[in-house]
Design a binder for this molecule. Sequence first.
Ligand code: DX5
Ligand code: ZN
Length: 219
Amino acid sequence: MKLVRIAPSILSADFSCLAEQVQKIEAGGAELLHFDVMDGHFVPNLTFGPQLIRALRSKSRLIFDVHLMIEHPERYLHDFVDAGADLLTVSAEACSHLHRILQQIRSLGIKAGAALNPATPLSALEYVLDELDLVLVMSVNPGFGGQEFIPAILPKITKLKEMLGDRPVEIAVDGGITPDNAAVVVAAGATILVAGTAIFGAQDTTLAIKMLQTGKRLV
Ligand code: DX5
Ligand code: ZN
């Protein structure tokens, strides 16, 4: 059975030694690195811009998975691609022209994703399913790490899987993922788990990644 892929969210990492933190999770079996870009408008928090992606690009071979929680993401696509993003996920609620933005991302030669806040119905994606390489299902309200997983999202993941059919679209779930809920989230249909606190807050990041991959609490 194909193991779920793990995308540690750098938001919960130690920002005083990011390059080491990234190399540690890369060695520990992570396949993606999740960058939470926040502008203080779309979400009530402010994080970093393309320069952080650029700074880490030469230090890691991980897939750089950039989650844009910003208004007007269309203004910044080029900057993030130029900095080294492999995948750009825009928040559907922040895009007045989602179909066009997804096409623009792909035209820049990288993969395109759309994120849905917990309250946003799947119907928001109904007419862009063929423009997507990934759907990011938010299982917390975006803006902060360390929040509780919202269980009401589980049926949403399963419905999304049905909606996608056999399209080659990843289902990533983001927010409050722990070794205790990873298995049920994967069973619902997730193919990528985004996790910040459960990994960077753990004593042993390699063990934390393994627990999320297997869905088993090993300690
Ligand atoms: C929240 C971010 C998530 C968050 C995950 O707005 O999009 O990626 O950093 O952190 P945890 O795993 O701690 O909920
Ligand atoms: Zn995120």
